[in-house]
Design a protein around this ligand. Sequence first.
Ligand code: SF4
Ligand code: SF4
Length: 274
Amino acid sequence: MTATIFDIVRNSFVDGPGIRTTVFFKGCNLKCVWCHNPESQDFKPQMMFYQDKCKGCVKCKEICPTPDRCTLCRKCTLYCPVDARKVCGKEYTADEVFAEIIKDKAFYDNSNGGVTFSGGECMLQIDFLLEILKKCKENGIHTAVDTAGYIPFESLEKILPYTDLFLYDIKCFDNEKHKKYVGVENELILENLKKLFHANAKIWIRIPVISGINDSLQEMQCIKNFLFAYGKPEKIELLPYHAMGENKYAAIGRDVQRFIPPDNNKLKELKDIF
Ligand code: SF4
Ligand code: SF4
């Protein structure tokens, strides 16, 4: 069995406790307009071309075996002197992913860290995820799953016994806004979260904060009321919007929508609610 992975990042401190390796699965069933990893949304591997880096040396054109139709053979990415071309996404077996994860076992053990599976939406390649989670647990590695929760609850049930921590996103409580900015309604996401609480899963809630979309006191109060009515998250993280993914939109040939990051006072005000 294989999965399409678009990045494996070692020494991460932001995707759960301790030092972690984060494995990013390609493909997502949401379309958040502020997504800072737009290359994660398509399930298939794709070419990314950074026009601003390109020096116009045409080495890529000279080396390409099929100039009329890119087959993602990756040759040009090896020859480009300035890394202006990159193929995003590669098929991995569970053994190959595990070989990367196990390299940092000593760091996980010394920092109470582990591995985090993220994306895209890693739950959409559920059989592979289950296999790699089992492998990690057999080897004493702490496991976290970062999900937006728009998946059948049966998938969450499958991985529950092998998942030490869920990083669970709530984007908007207002369903109309959710539909408009995320592309789907939020009922399934909230229902799954209730069920996860009921199953006594360990959960960190992550809320992206986007100015003018979900940064009102009322919105955050609604999220808080929901959370504390149904469970007790171990942690709630507010993640301020940042523009670091902007150049990736052009690299995959898409237009970018720009948002304003919330200022520190606003963030503090929102954090105080929790
Ligand atoms: S990935 Fe291969 S086929 Fe595609 S442009 Fe580069 S060299 Fe050509
Ligand atoms: S090899 Fe790289 S720098 Fe040269 S033309 Fe191609 S993309 Fe641009």
